[in-house]
Design a protein around this ligand. Structure first.
Ligand code: C5P
Length: 406
């Protein structure tokens, strides 16, 4: 379920070595259900052939404003009128400067200038050497382009084709795709600050052993991604998991329940939504040993006493901002049976307006799930689907609650 499916995007390439990533981007867009019309500048053709881009997009590429294939010979008008967006990737320093000044001496810039600005958004992915990127001229151009309503994507950081290292690389194809998906997503949580916990916690027994659980973090990461797609500013507090951080999400890594509580409490005063998907360990060893516990040959296992961990969700639900309605708290319950009864009881026990039940053993580590949304009015099922689809539906539900239209 991509927000890009069915869209028509004009993919413009200006001259830069990053053009090789545009081939991958074109392929990814087509795979996401987009029809892609490629337009290349003469400089772009030095880096990538029109043949490659035609093969990947499945459509003839436009490279000249004098292209006689158009009946009215106005490719710049026709191409821009059909598009849901124009995406220029790579956008060279020279191309940005041309856009800024309304230059129009070849098809791509001519088309950008000729587009109806209130209907066809222009999104650019800059790509250049770090000195060119940092140059005040480029920075001035970027600031003005943004002020003119052009969507300037971030640049990447790292090794550059010239051998230097720094800012100015074009984003990777999958990062641009992610930003485009966010761009086309309904911005239901625009201006909201969302805090999500995810994954298991790890409670040390000694420096080399500990207690944890089978939570993969996938549901919480999907919720964080869905919230970001919906326009929220998202912080994700993650227990030990091996998952990539969703693009555009701030991540704080923690290990134990107490670390998680501390990281969460530091964020709570500035947040409007808290979604607790983490599978927090209920107990921790009472006295974690400083050194590895050794077998002493007696055959006796060490005595492990346990103490209860703080309940992060219940603590946050009691905080002033949750109590006065400035923070919406959403809990999760991983149960093995009697989902409705357990989720209903847990919602009351935790003191939260919305509790999301799921069957733990069926979903831990999986890419799909089914959710039961329980609130004071009753329960609503979100039937079996991928965790990302369910996360998007949950975020829609949360957005309706914030808007007072559940
Ligand atoms: O009590 P139980 O662990 O089943 O509750 C699940 C919900 O409470 C989840 O939202 C989980 O993130 C949260 N929780 C918590 N701190 C704990 C235990 C659970 O925030 N110590």
């Amino acid at each position: 379920m991509s927000t890009l499916a069915g869209k028509h995007i004009v993919l413009g390439l200006s001259g830069g070595i990053a053009a090789y990533k545009s081939a991958e981007l074109c392929r990814a867009l087509v795979k996401a259900g987009v029809t892609v019309q490629v337009v290349m500048t003469e400089a772009a053709e030095h880096f990538m052939t029109a043949v490659t881009m035609q093969a990947l997009s499945g459509r003839p590429v436009y490279t000249s404003q004098w292209d006689a294939r158009e009946g009215n010979n106005m490719a710049h008008i026709n191409l821009s009128r059909e598009a849901d967006a124009i995406v220029v990737a790579p956008a060279s320093a020279d191309f940005l400067s041309k856009l800024l000044h309304g230059g129009a001496d070849e098809l791509l810039s001519l088309m950008c200038l000729a587009r109806p600005i209130d209907k066809v958004p222009l999104i650019v992915a800059p790509a250049m050497n770090r000195e060119m990127w940092q140059n005040p001229a480029t920075q001035r151009n970027v600031a003005q382009l943004k002020a003119d309503g052009i969507h300037v994507l971030d640049v990447g950081q790292g090794d550059q084709a010239c051998g230097e290292t720094g800012d100015g690389r074009m984003l990777e194809a999958e990062e641009i795709l992610e930003d485009l998906q966010a761009f086309f997503s309904p911005q239901r949580l625009a201006g909201q600050k969302v805090l999500v916990t995810a994954g298991p916690t790890y409670e040390a027994i000694d420096p080399v052993r500990g207690i944890t659980n089978l939570s993969s973090g996938k549901m919480g990461f999907a919720v964080a991604r869905a919230a970001r797609m919906a326009g929220a500013d998202v912080t994700l507090v993650a227990g030990p998991v091996s998952l990539a951080t969703p693009r555009g999400v701030k991540r704080v890594d923690v290990r134990s329940a107490r670390d998680m509580l501390q990281a969460v409490l530091a964020q709570v005063p500035s947040r409007g939504v808290f979604v607790a998907t983490a599978a927090v360990a209920d107990w921790r060893p009472a006295n974690a040993a400083d050194q590895k516990i050794k077998k002493d040959g007696s055959g006796q296992a060490p005595e492990l006493g346990f103490v209860e961990n703080p309940d992060i969700l219940a603590t946050v639900a009691q905080s002033p901002s949750a109590q006065n309605g400035d923070l919406l708290c959403v809990g999760f319950a991983a149960e093995s049976h009697d989902l409705l009864a357990h989720a209903t009881a847990k919602r009351l026990r935790k003191g939260v307006p919305l509790l999301v039940g799921n069957i733990g053993p069926a979903t831990f580590g999986q890419d799909d799930n089914a959710l039961l949304l329980v609130d004071a009015q009753g329960a609503r099922e979100l039937p079996h689907a991928s965790k990302q689809v369910l996360a998007t539906q949950l975020i829609e539900d949360i957005a309706r609650r914030l808007a007072g239209t559940p």
